[in-house]
Design a protein around this ligand. Sequence first.
Ligand code: GTP
Ligand code: MG
Length: 206
Amino acid sequence: MKPEYLLTLAAPSQIPDLFKGPFLKGHREPRFAMVGRSNVGKSTLINALLGAPLAQVSKQPGKTRAIHFYLWKDIDRIVADLPGYGYARASWTERDRWEEFIRLYFETDENLQGVILLLDARHGPTPADVDAIQFLRERDVSMKVVFAKADTLKTQSMRAQRKKAAAEALGALGIGGSSVFWVSSQTRVGLPELVNELKKGWEGVE
Ligand SMILES: Nc1nc2c(ncn2[C@@H]2O[C@H](COP(=O)(O)OP(=O)(O)OP(=O)(O)O)[C@@H](O)[C@H]2O)c(=O)[nH]1
Ligand SMILES: [Mg+2]
């Protein structure tokens, strides 16, 4: 089934609109958000999962500036594409605005099931990623950790090395292997497993 664009929230003042009137055009499917550093591949992954180029993608970080909601009909979910964090060229005012916007969104959207926290397969979790993990934890938001751009790890030994380092870093943060996935939107490696996981929802997952 064709996915559908639903709604964009461009400013904190619009967030209450989410819960007034015809909520998300009347759609009440469970929803999750795609969170991660700017340019890590959030919008690209949404397009790869939904099977249509709905979300805007760019080589330049900072492309997604608002919260966009899409209806993923194949698995009856709503997906929120969030602006990325850690965009180095953003001004301080812009960063504050991001924080305020995202904070308000997480505090208001009580029906959010959880988030996919997208990390880069090649490095990290970076300090900004660790901040995001803490931010989500403080708000009791469940997360599934997904390493994006797995295609950039060209050799078996690079993959093994990164998986080991990532498991150690995440383990130190209390994140176990069962909620960690490695995917590529380019080669589609790992996507079927991730879709299966998303069909299950977030219940009972740390
Ligand atoms: N090699 C590779 N490149 C990817 C993959 N996914 C995304 N990219 C590239 O990464 C860049 C950023 O992709 P986006 O999807 O726009 O990233 P984003 O996280 O939405 O970025 P913001 O909207 O700025 O927060 C683009 O040049 C993509 O082509 C992948 O699986 N493999
Ligand atoms: Mg984006």
